[in-house]
Design a protein around this ligand. Sequence first.
Ligand code: ATP
Ligand code: MG
Length: 365
Amino acid sequence: AGAKKSAYKVALLPGDGIGPEISAVTVDVLNGVARKFGFSIDFQEAPVGGAAIDATGVPLPDSTLELCKSSDSVLLACIGGPKWDNLERHLRPESGLLGLRKGLGLFANLRPAMTVPQLLEASSLKPEVVDGVNIMVVRELTGDVYFGTPKGIEYDEERKERKGFSNMIYWEHEVDRIARVGFETARKRGGKLCSVDKANVLDVSQLWRERVTEISKEYSDVELSHMYVDNCAMQLVRWPKQFDTIVTGNMFGDILSDQASMLVGSLGMLPSASLGDGSGPGMFEPVHGSAPDIAGKDLANPIACVLSGAMMLRYDLDQAEAADFIEQTVNAVLDKGIRTSDILSNDLKAKNIEAVGCKAMGAAL
Ligand code: ATP
Ligand code: MG
């Protein structure tokens, strides 16, 4: 992660379902843009998820994790599928993903919600509300109520009933480091950071707000605001254009990033990044799953994966111009009316425009 170079090594994890199809397109696009901007990427492929279970018996072989650790960045397509759904939880494809996050120390998840002007019809909100939305949600990934202890379901002898409890915990160092990712991200974008919490009710949120405010002193060029999570949920649908970058905890981020992504419409368009402290590689992957229903049929939309590659260039390889170029290319292809079937709007269908396959979309990019 970090500095600009002339040659990079990237771990390529095609995974399952449509993964091999969309990652093949992405590799082609990245190689093309690398040539154009005068650098090279050495892609080294390794198995993860169901593909790794079939080949080695485990969802994340040591050799795959080692390859990732020794690379400048990791590009993951998607994992999972019905074939492996009945395995025990720690043997399922998805646990390979958790192992990667943990093994690489990835504690920040970045999910953009950017309106695609050509796809406004796909949004459930009014065009004037959604047009021009460009939000990045920075979600903390390794703390919060999902991991805090004690937790459990216990029977109370006196009350003669069970109680369930989880524990929302944030350590100062955890807030500080996600806050820094938030400020760094905002700095690369519109220069505005909104920290979302529930400080009017939760003690853990009070600490969160205190630390974010403290860290903001290191980033005088970024404008910081605070918002309660319930208000943020409302503002996201009322007037999403007020947001640039949002930083928040694991659970609030889980909910808000899904909400924000639906402003945009199609799942096949959404990239994501998972970042650590910058000393090792980040991991870049589409938001969507492995789409087993269309796997191997050349029907998948590769754009989310390609845009994940653009995020990799921007956030891990310090090649922002190449990232811009990919985003502009996607835009131009959509302008031409080229669509995979998942994003073919009704008005294009009415004009007898037919959907293209994954490979043809790749060739157009
Ligand atoms: P997960 O459980 O991994 O989150 P999921 O099963 O909820 O995933 P997906 O695998 O993302 O969801 O698929 C949901 C639907 O969206 C499916 O019908 C799938 O075919 C479609 N879909 C997902 N990604 C794409 C894509 N890149 N191109 C076209 N269709 C897609
Ligand atoms: Mg799925």
